[in-house]
Design a protein around this ligand. Structure first.
Ligand code: SF4
Length: 382
């Protein structure tokens, strides 16, 4: 028997749509995109990802039925990096029918749509407004037409105009708007970033700034253009967003405190004291090392346990990727080998709900090979 709900992606269904371990309700409906961004992780992942196309409306109906009741936001196409290819939700041929189905189950919830804005004509926005409250999260990496075209690689003349005009029109139709910017200051220059923030600050409630991440798969020429100093970028974004009075989130931000509950650290250290463990190791990424080490040493002051923080590099992705969420188990093996017989704390945000990494290797199988007291830390997954 073929279960209809499994046709698009049982993985996304299990992991995102009905999982209560994520920060909101998620529904991915498309792996097709109108753009061909140079930095799109769809093309530069170190492993194959599946292009599935459009999720069938019959399947969407059943997924909505199975999703839990909630007062939270329902997010479109906000997939987890490396897990499932991302796409443009608004080109789904049945998009308005999908809105209708959503409103049957979730009449009041905000629908958050990450979009490149190229489909947002006046007519489309007017039709969409009937399903408010909606928040459009529009990717606008540069407000300059020429730069915009070289980033998105779309040849259609009206694509840029649709994206730009959508900021003016959405406001008229009562649709709230936020924006996303992938930034690399040596690509189109600091001034281009400032001009884009200045433009966006007239319309948006928030800008999500994403420093450009690239894997080893990109050319040396691009690597050179895309390399930057994270502290310098963090200061620039802070000062520019202040100047134009706009709220922002930068992910990652080397100057922001880590989002880790203190109790997660202290409860584990307390357990080590009871178990008479004298020394423990904590694993983290290069980006987070300084902040994480400061936190561990500060919170560990009252416990008679020695703490050592170790960096695990994102060797599989390479490039400038430095994130625990993008580790693969292969990246961790040398550290497991070296720390045999030790107690090691390791964030679990690179594993899915079943303990598989993005390459389909399971932590339980790996641990059979190593005599290590590995304790996984339940870190917020997004
Ligand atoms: S708009 Fe998003 S999904 Fe489409 S190519 Fe660009 S980065 Fe990839």
């Amino acid at each position: 028997m073929q279960i209809p709900i499994k046709q698009f992606s049982d993985y996304f269904f299990d992991e995102q749509s009905v999982s209560n371990r994520t920060s909101g309700l998620r529904l991915q409906i498309s792996t097709v995109c109108t753009a061909h961004c140079t930095f799109c992780m769809n093309n530069t992942n170190p492993f194959e990802m599946k292009h599935i196309g459009f999720r069938d409306i019959d399947e969407i109906e059943k997924i909505l039925y199975s999703m839990p009741p909630s007062n939270g936001v329902l997010m479109f196409s906000d997939s987890t990096s490396g897990r499932l290819i991302s796409g443009e939700p608004l080109i789904h041929p049945k998009i308005l029918d999908i809105f209708q189905l959503i409103r049957r189950k979730y009449p009041h919830n905000y629908i958050q749509i990450i979009t490149n804005g190229t489909m947002l004509t006046q007519e489309f926005l007017l039709n969409m407004a009937a399903y408010n409250p909606i928040n459009l999260d529009i990717s606008m990496h540069s407000v300059n037409k020429e730069n915009w075209h070289s980033i998105f690689n779309i040849n259609k003349e009206d694509a840029y105009n649709n994206a730009i005009n959508s900021f003016y029109l959405a406001k008229q139709y009562g649709i709230s708007v936020s924006a996303r910017m992938v930034v690399a200051p040596h690509w189109f220059g600091w001034n281009d970033i400032e001009e884009t923030i200045k433009f966006l600050s007239q319309f948006v409630n928030r800008i999500t700034v994403q420093p450009l991440r690239f894997s080893n798969k990109v050319s040396n020429e691009l690597k050179e253009k895309w390399t930057y100093n994270m502290d310098e970028l963090s200061d620039f974004i802070f000062n520019t967003c202040r100047k134009y009075g706009v709220m922002y989130i930068m992910t990652p931000d080397s100057k922001e405190p880590l989002n880790i509950p203190y109790a997660l650290i202290t409860n584990n250290l307390r357990a080590c004291v009871y178990q008479q463990i004298k020394k423990v190791y904590w694993l983290t990424s290069r980006d987070a090392y300084q902040r994480f080490n400061d936190l561990i040493q500060a919170l560990g002051r009252n416990f008679p346990v020695e703490n050592e923080v170790r960096i695990v590099e994102n060797k599989t992705f390479g490039g400038n990727v430095s994130s625990t969420g993008l580790w693969l188990l292969d990246d961790l093996l040398p550290t497991f080998e070296e720390l045999q017989g030790q107690t090691v704390f390791c964030p679990n945000n690179f594993l899915d709900n079943y303990g598989f990494d993005m390459n389909g290797i399971n932590i339980a199988d790996v641990l059979k090979e190593y005599k290590i007291d590995l304790r996984l830390l339940e870190i917020f997954k997004d």
